[in-house]
Design a binder for this molecule. Structure first.
Ligand code: BGC
Length: 856
């Protein structure tokens, strides 16, 4: 027994049944109760995955905001994911958080999945490799990662009840595979049980998957926690292997659990097993006195982590993790610098006709390495798009955090362009005509009052949005018991003259006053939505219009009176003051943008999705860019042949104009430094380093899986193992851009490929004029198949760097179980003998060399 085990056992032995039951129930929205008698501190959990929000969903303690998980996966670099994890651990420690509720390793089964931006890839191996890097980084910082959502929470529609019907092969080969890889290679300290059912059993009660597979087969020794409000049965959940039910304290555990044991319905040994897992977690994160923290960190780097021995490949080779108890990274990481590095390494340049990118930044010191011997013309830049000014840097839902700052594309380009380079800006098209939380021009605060009208708290608000969830969520001075009303109040100074629309979002009683006029005084009832997030986010309601003059401030106030009789699952104050600037004629906006484009050497159009398109609690219904953005791109491209489109979306969108523009750069949700990274890449200080982690369809109808809504409660995964590129290969349809695709600013030759059944050695040569980074991709293709399998699948990858004319070698370990399938009748993995081609190349469809292997 290790010291940690002994401390855990001693602590467990000192607890009575009621305390154990209380510990498993949670204390409030984000914490477990402290038990001072055994030296146990209150364990604090927080979302995840692009930043660490902390226990308050308020902007007063912002967090460094990294690019979206799709972006992290687009780097194809587990070591960069590991650095992201270390930074998040640093942020978590700063905020007193022990457990990060991330990463999300569900798969991109359909582009319609609402939280697609929050997951990594359509490929289980890439997902597992990025997730492994991330988890290692977080836990090397002494903070627990919670791999979620176990398993098959691949879409949002009816997520609390949907029964995903999945055959054993796809379940093992696709959906469980990333979890298994991460458990094997990164030894996560936590796993979150999903809302949904799998094959008839809700995941919080899924004994087969939680207990037999996760713990039994894979040896997971961390703690399991329900997704928030997912646990529904005391006996079912405990017997099913769920350790903690969140959020507390009114969950199926606590008093109900103690009562079930006393009634003889549950064995106390099962309670002990769950508490032991929680105490082990506490020991690992330094929350249990006497136990050395980090006691169960992985001792060796993963056997199958992609590595490279290229001399210039920098961090691609895994280093040994810090020894137990010394999990601090040697140097504090610079969050802004890392956010910017990940962003530019994640941007995927899918099209670059006539090398329109990088742009010539003009005279003066360039912001980085010279952009090449023959700079393209392009000094006058017309920047176009609402998201170029009001940047959309992260997705919505529980993944939302408050950035420490936001660098928009306009900010980034303005800062990077040397004096004399002309930059103009035009909105071009508004992605949405719905009012959104009050933002630019507003100076707001929230005033909390009790029933007598006395002020309990008065706190600044950066936007018109309030999300105070749980007991810790309120501003200091207010409590849910005493709080009677919350007034969002302050001034608004318009950027434009005209008819400004104001609105509300939220449930309950509101009074909205602008410039002395009461626009609304009434009660907004809750809709039929069963999902809390959907209820909270809800439909924005327009409440009235006021004519205002540019630059002239007016008073605004939205008073919300709380209804203490309304039953809420957790105490929460969630509502928003909404605003929409004067709507201009959409055709006029487009014409104005086209004129700006015509007058410039290069037009850069930033198009984007909105929070109403990509968020949590609902799925998408189409892949179109919202508003008139497609028309805008067409008009700008017609006005200027040097049109570069930047796609600011966390998930695929249709780009019907993609062949009519000079360049298309996918920037995902690029995190808080996105605009700075965009300037780096557009102006050539760095090349865009990303490769597609998921196939981008030309049209939704071509996508292999387009149904995400259950029928009679069931969602059959009838495509079996054919999702993503595995399905595109089978159907023969051509996507807009294939898996693995992405251009840099240099060109590559693949000089050699040698393969054994476990390793590949690849030599690539930089044949261009700039230094570059290449993502070397291996795919395996069975020659003839006895079993029904995809035509090919990802076998390994590595990133390498080389100077112009230089070579780089990569030694790449092939993925474990590369030649195996899950044998359904036998219920085991089995290797399929035969002849396999191993291809190496730049993407699934740009394969450069091939070697044949025979496996008996
Ligand atoms: C999400 C989880 C998240 C949890 C806590 C749930 O709605 O599905 O991913 O960790 O809320 O915010």
């Amino acid at each position: 027994m290790t010291t940690a085990d002994k401390v855990v056992e001693a602590a467990l032995g000192a607890l009575d049944l009621d305390t154990k039951a209380r510990l498993l129930a949670g204390q409030d929205m984000w914490t477990l109760p402290a038990v001072p008698e055994i030296g146990l501190a209150s364990l604090v959990m927080s979302d995840g995955p692009v930043g660490v929000r902390g226990v308050r969903w308020t902007p007063d303690d912002p967090s460094v905001t990294l690019p979206s998980p799709t972006a992290l996966a687009a780097t194809w670099d587990p070591e960069l994911a590991r650095r992201a994890g270390r930074l998040l651990a640093q942020e978590a420690r700063r905020k007193g958080v022990h457990v990060l509720l991330a990463p999300t390793v569900n798969l991109h089964r359909s582009p319609l999945g609402g939280r697609h931006f929050e997951a990594y890839s359509e490929d289980p191996y890439l997902t597992g490799a990025i997730g492994t890097g991330y988890v290692r980084g977080v836990q090397e910082g002494g903070v627990a990662a919670t791999v979620k959502h176990f398993v098959a929470n691949d879409a949002e529609t009816d997520r609390f009840t949907v029964d995903n019907v999945i055959a054993p092969r796809p379940l093992r080969e696709l959906y469980l595979a990333p979890f298994e890889a991460i458990v094997r290679d990164a030894r996560p300290w936590g796993v979150m049980a999903a809302y949904n059912r799998v094959n008839g059993v809700t995941m919080t009660e899924h004994r087969r998957l939680q207990t037999e597979v996760l713990r039994g087969e894979w040896g997971f020794d961390g703690f399991t926690v329900s997704d928030w409000f997912a646990a529904r049965s005391t006996t079912g959940a405990l017997r099913g292997g769920l350790d903690v039910a969140m959020p507390g304290p009114r969950t199926v555990y606590g008093e109900a659990l103690a009562a079930a044991v006393r009634a003889g319905e549950l064995d106390e040994g099962l309670v002990d097993a769950a508490v032991r897992n929680v105490l082990r977690l506490a020991a690992r994160v330094g929350a249990l006195e006497g136990a050395p923290s980090g006691a169960a960190a992985p001792e060796t780097p993963a056997a199958d982590a992609p590595t490279s021995d290229a001399p210039t490949s920098g961090p691609a080779t895994s280093e040994a993790p810090a020894p137990a108890g010394t999990h601090q990274p040697p140097e504090p990481l610079d969050g802004e610098a890392l956010a910017r590095e990940i962003a530019r390494r994640s941007f995927v340049l899918v099209r670059n006709e006539h090398d329109v990118l990088p742009l010539d930044p003009g005279p003066g010191p360039a912001p980085g390495p010279a952009p090449g011997p023959a700079p393209a013309p392009g000094r006058r830049i017309a920047l176009i798009g609402a998201a170029a000014r009001d940047a959309r840097v992260l997705g919505g839902g529980s993944a939302h955090v408050f950035p420490t700052r936001t660098v928009s594309p306009l900010d980034g380009l303005t800062a990077a362009l040397p004096d004399g380079a002309a930059l103009t800006y035009a909105v071009g098209a508004e992605p949405s005509d719905e009012p959104a939380p009050a933002g630019p021009g507003f100076a707001l605060r929230a005033v909390c009052r009790d029933a007598s009208g006395a002020v309990l708290a008065d706190t600044p608000l950066p936007t018109g949005e309030i999300k105070w969830i749980g007991d810790n969520g309120l501003p200091a001075g207010a409590t849910h018991a005493t709080l009677h009303s919350v007034e969002i109040t302050g001034t608004f100074t318009p950027r434009d003259s005209g008819a400004h629309c104001f609105g509300t979002r939220g449930i309950g009683a509101f009074t909205l006053t602008v410039a002395g006029r009461t626009l609304y005084d009434g009660v907004q009832e809750m809709g039929t939505e069963s999902d809390l997030f959907e209820a909270f986010i809800g439909t924005p309601m327009e409440r009235g219009t006021v004519i205002l003059a540019e630059g002239v401030p007016v008073e605004v106030s939205l008073r919300h009176t709380l209804d203490h009789d309304r039953p809420m699952p957790v105490p929460a104050v969630v509502h928003s003051l909404l605003h929409r600037p004067p709507l201009r004629d959409p055709d006029e906006l487009i014409t104005e943008a086209a004129e700006a484009a015509r007058a410039a050497d290069t037009a850069v159009v930033v198009v984007a999705t909105t929070e109403r398109v990509e968020s949590e609690g609902f799925d998408r219904t189409d892949l179109r860019l919202p508003g008139r953005q497609d028309d805008l791109v067409r008009a700008v491209a017609a006005a200027n042949p040097r049109t570069v489109v930047v796609v600011n979306a966390g998930a695929p969108v249709e780009m019907p104009w993609r062949d009519d523009v000079a360049a298309v750069l996918l920037s995902w949700f690029p995190g808080q430094e996105g605009g700075a990274a965009l300037a780096d890449v557009l102006l050539g200080a760095d090349e865009p380093g990303g490769r597609l982690p998921t196939t981008w369809p030309a049209a939704l109808a071509d996508a292999p899986v387009t149904r995400v809504a259950p029928e009679h409660g069931e969602l059959p995964y009838s495509e079996g193992v054919f999702i993503g590129y595995r399905a595109w290969d089978r159907s023969g349809a051509t996507p807009a851009y294939p898996f693995g695709h992405g251009l840099g600013y240099t060109t590559w030759e693949y000089d050699s490929l040698e393969v054994t059944p476990t390793t590949a050695r690849v030599t690539v040569r930089n044949t261009g004029t700039r230094p570059g980074r290449e993502v070397v991709q291996l795919y395996v293709a069975p020659r003839a198949d006895l079993v029904e399998r995809p035509a090919r699948w990802l076998a390994g990858f590595a990133t390498v760097e080389a100077e112009p004319g230089g070579c780089a070698d990569a030694e790449i370990r092939l993925a474990p179980r590369l030649f195996d399938i899950w044998d359904e009748p036998k219920g085991t993995w089995t290797t399929v003998p035969g002849v396999y081609d191993i291809h190496v190349g730049r993407s699934l469809t740009d394969l450069r060399r091939r070697v044949t292997l025979e496996l008996d």
